[in-house]
Design a binder for this molecule. Structure first.
Ligand code: SAM
Length: 362
């Protein structure tokens, strides 16, 4: 399989059949070869730097009922909260003094945060922290809303596509949500001018190798600035409580493949990766990742933003978290840097793709 890794390294693409073959027939030898190539690419563009993003989980109210997610609407055991504008700004303030230059506002799809309320929050952060990037991750909104947030000063948007395949998507989500709309949101965000992040869970229920191959083809087509992947981890209060978690091994392999597919992409070693293995984030960096996202949310609300069981960093102050991550990164020869850390993968816009191209990746 090494020849496919070499082909991917030099061409930056594979066919669907080749993706399937490479994923299905991977061995520890193939993985080592992959990680070596992925590290080389990553270091070519980003050196040994690891970017940090200050994550603020600003609301756990959600109108959606995604079958895998611990904060889904039907989970009556969640204590719901939302941060006020003042609390969000205080988190930014604290984060700024710790060196964060990117703030990520992530939350459930919460009707309380109307366009007006969000625009006010974004404008205020933009006014106070002119040298910082503002990243939003708040699910599917209308194109008009995305445009208003962008105009107010948001720069980046994270919206995992979750799975490209329509049928697989429908097995993970309630009927009112569709892969088509999710993907359309991503194209809209891109056209507006956001630096766009997408991604998927590894080992989600019913996922096949072919689904993963389709995810890779979709990433190639969308050409995002960021890709967030992490293992699916069951949450005890969801319909997927009895499914197995995705594995560390496959998640690392997919991280390496994504680095070779889009060499300049920003690729986080996610909290979910750190949850399934104590050194998961270090291994993620060694597989080609170059971002970590410590939590800036107030400690007292963190336990209520439980997307999956055993999530790490529930009670650790941001400063302590940074200290811990700094040591972890140093132990593997990498270093945390406190810059804005924009993606070197420039947005190509989508003007060059026909609508048919966008939809059909098979
Ligand atoms: N509501 C926004 C959205 O839909 O993009 C952002 C919040 S959502 C909870 C953030 C991400 O958490 C999702 O895109 C999903 O991939 C991930 N997630 C949710 N439940 C998970 C689970 N059980 N295991 C791993 N990741 C999970």
């Amino acid at each position: 399989m090494k020849y496919l890794i070499d082909k991917l390294t030099s061409n930056g693409s594979l066919s669907k059949e080749e993706w399937c073959m490479l994923i299905d027939r991977r061995t520890s030898d193939t993985a080592e070869h992959l990680f070596e190539n992925a590290r080389k690419k990553r270091e070519q563009y980003y050196g040994k730097d690891v970017y940090i993003r200050g994550l603020m989980e600003f609301t756990n109210y959600c109108r959606n009922d995604c079958l895998y997610c611990g904060i889904r609407k039907s989970n009556a055991n969640v204590t719901r909260y939302r941060l006020t504008k003042e609390q969000i700004l205080a988190c930014c303030e604290a984060g700024y003094s710790l060196g964060f230059r990117t703030f990520v506002l992530q939350g459930g799809e919460d009707g309380y945060f109307t366009d007006d309320r969000m625009t006010e929050i974004i404008s205020e952060i933009r006014r106070k922290f002119t040298d910082c990037a503002i990243t939003l991750s708040m699910g599917e909104r209308s194109r008009e809303s995305y445009q208003r947030f962008f105009d107010a000063g948001a720069n980046r948007y994270l919206l995992r596509h979750e799975t490209y395949n329509y049928e697989h998507y429908s097995r993970l989500h309630p009927e009112n949500l569709s892969a088509k709309n999710r993907q359309q949101c991503l194209w809209d965000l891109k056209e507006i001018g956001y630096q766009v992040g997408t991604g998927f869970m590894v080992g989600s229920p019913y996922q096949t190798t072919e689904n993963l191959a389709e995810d890779m083809l979709f990433l190639q087509k969308l050409n995002p600035q960021m890709v967030g992947i992490g293992p699916f981890i069951p949450h005890h209060d969801t319909p997927f409580c009895d499914f197995h978690a995705g594995t560390l091994e496959l998640t690392l392999f997919m991280l390496g493949l994504i680095r070779l597919l889009i060499p300049k992409v920003l690729l986080p070693a996610t909290t979910a990766l750190g949850t399934i293995a104590p050194n998961g984030r270090e291994l993620g960096i060694l597989a080609g990742a170059n971002v970590v996202m410590p939590n800036l949310s107030p400690i007292d609300v963190r336990k209520n933003y439980t997307l999956y069981d055993n999530k790490i960093c529930m009670g650790t102050e941001a400063a302590e978290c940074i200290e811990d991550l700094t040591k972890r990164m140093e132990s593997i020869g990498y270093k945390i840097v406190t810059v804005r850390g924009d993606s070197l993968n420039e947005s190509l816009g989508t003007g060059h793709l026909s609508k048919r191209d966008r939809v059909n990746i098979n």
